[in-house]
Design a protein around this ligand. Structure first.
Ligand code: FCB
Length: 446
């Protein structure tokens, strides 16, 4: 393990430090106060889909325990909180009536954090789509773009001026590819054409939502969050090199090119053949709106092989409990590449963190591996900054141990340990390190 030294004062004063969560992963209260079912409620009920057969019914009980979680956020000393709104909590069917009790919950959380000086970064869609919209075909149905735009406009109208940023979608690749092509995430469909159509509608609805929110006069910074990684060929065999280029197209350029250049990459389009989406005239202009920020979620790098599956152990690097290689340099490289190829106005690291097995012993979680992971990725962010990349924020994933999607509660990403029986929260050593890092008040202190 490296022992990178990094100080907060190597970053500009206005750099934003935060922690992140998402609604389905922490809120629980799956059917309280008029909330409608989301696709993740439905998916969790299918046998065999979630590793520990769990669901989001309780999760971290954040819906009722939020005052304690607000205290934790403040205790960490971060400046910012990235969270998401559950669409079915505020509009149970995804169209039609608003659920005032749902909006009132977010109003309370936003109010409490604002009072305590924390800025709020809201994501509109962190995967928990109203099931009623899935019943109409989900993101593969173009009508969802209109429904999403109305939802975004309503949120901007009610909360826009109280938010530091609005993100439309979290990780469209994961929604579409894991959800509609591989079927391992909600809604559990296995169809490449539907997946590619879903990607297009996610990007289109992003552009439409930005236009609509801005036309209301909302000046809050707006953008999207992508899961991105550098992709290397597993060997210098030309077949592996070609595969890595294609995978980079499918995972990175298929999103970045339309958002920042108004076009889909031709090589990927040709590769998709009849699986390519239906794109109507004008769609790409709508997608290529001005983005105030690009959010990057980075966890690891990837390798592509044209033959045998690539084995993570071959890197010799540490691997997390998710089986993901620890590779901080990949974050520097990714941020530099995005800056060179696309020049986003502002880049934010909107998620970064690691799952490791934790032991809570006498009130202490000595999670040295997570602590090192966070510290070294902060240093990797700094390395991009000194190379001139306009990276302006870092959000650790996650505030709390939570419902890690298809992995259930077995994978713990929190800076704060949660005992899911008693709901007791305990700051892990990684949280104490982050707190100390953020507390450094004078230049030269360590
Ligand atoms: C990201 C998700 C987030 C969390 C982390 C580990 O893909 O955005 O909700 O599950 O992975």
């Amino acid at each position: 393990m490296s022992s990178t030294e990094i100080s907060r004062h190597q970053f500009p004063d206005h750099f934003t430090w935060g922690v992140a969560t998402s609604s389905f992963q922490i809120e629980g209260a799956h059917n309280s106060d008029g909330k409608g079912p989301s696709i993740w409620d439905t998916f969790c009920a299918i046998e065999g889909k979630i590793a520990d057969a769990s669901n989001g019914h309780r999760a971290c009980e954040h819906y009722t325990r939020w005052p304690e979680d607000v205290d934790l956020i403040c205790q960490l000393g971060v400046k910012a909180y990235r969270f998401s709104m559950s669409w079915p909590r505020v509009q149970p069917d995804g169209q039609g009536a608003w659920n005032e009790a749902g909006f009132a919950f977010y109003d309370r959380v936003i109010h409490a954090l604002t009072e305590r000086g924390i800025e709020l970064h809201l994501t509109l869609n962190h995967w928990d789509l109203p099931q009623a919209l899935q019943d109409q075909g989900g993101w593969a149905n173009r009508d969802l773009c209109e429904h999403f735009t109305r939802y975004a406009s309503e949120v901007a109208r009610r909360f826009g001026s109280r938010l530091a940023s609005i993100c439309t979608h979290n990780e469209p690749w994961v929604i579409a590819i894991l959800g509609y092509e591989q079927g391992i995430f909600a809604p559990g469909i296995e169809s490449r054409p539907q997946a590619m159509q879903a990607v297009h509608h996610l990007l289109l609805s992003h552009g439409m939502a930005l236009q609509a929110m801005r036309s209301l006069g909302c000046t809050t910074p707006m953008g999207i969050v992508l899961n991105l990684s550098p992709i290397y060929p597993a060997s210098d065999d030309p077949k592996d090199v070609a595969k890595a280029r294609l995978d980079d197209g499918l995972i990175l350029r298929w999103y970045m090119d339309p958002l920042y250049r108004g076009e889909y990459p031709q090589d990927v389009w040709a590769h998709l053949g009849t699986d390519a989406p239906v794109v109507l005239p004008g769609d790409l202009d709508t997608i290529a709106q001005h983005h105030d920020f690009l959010g990057v979620n980075y966890y690891t790098r990837n390798f592509s092989s044209s033959g045998n599956p690539w084995d993570v152990a071959s890197t010799g690097n540490q691997v997390t409990d998710m089986g993901w290689e620890v590779y901080p340099q990949g974050l520097t490289e990714l941020l530099c590449r995005l800056h060179t190829d696309y020049q986003p106005e502002r880049l934010w690291v909107t998620e970064n963190g690691a799952a490791f097995k934790d032991d809570l012993v006498a009130g202490v979680v000595n999670d040295s591996a997570r602590l090192a992971y966070i510290r070294d990725h902060i240093a990797a962010t700094h390395a991009a900054l000194v190379q001139g990349v306009p990276v302006g924020a870092y959000f650790a994933w996650s505030l709390l141990d939570n419902f890690e999607w298809a992995s259930g509660y077995a994978k713990r990403f929190g800076l704060v340990h949660v005992d899911f029986e008693t709901q007791k929260r305990t700051l892990k050593n990684s949280a104490l390190w982050y707190q100390q890092f953020l507390r450094e008040t004078s230049r030269g202190s360590d």
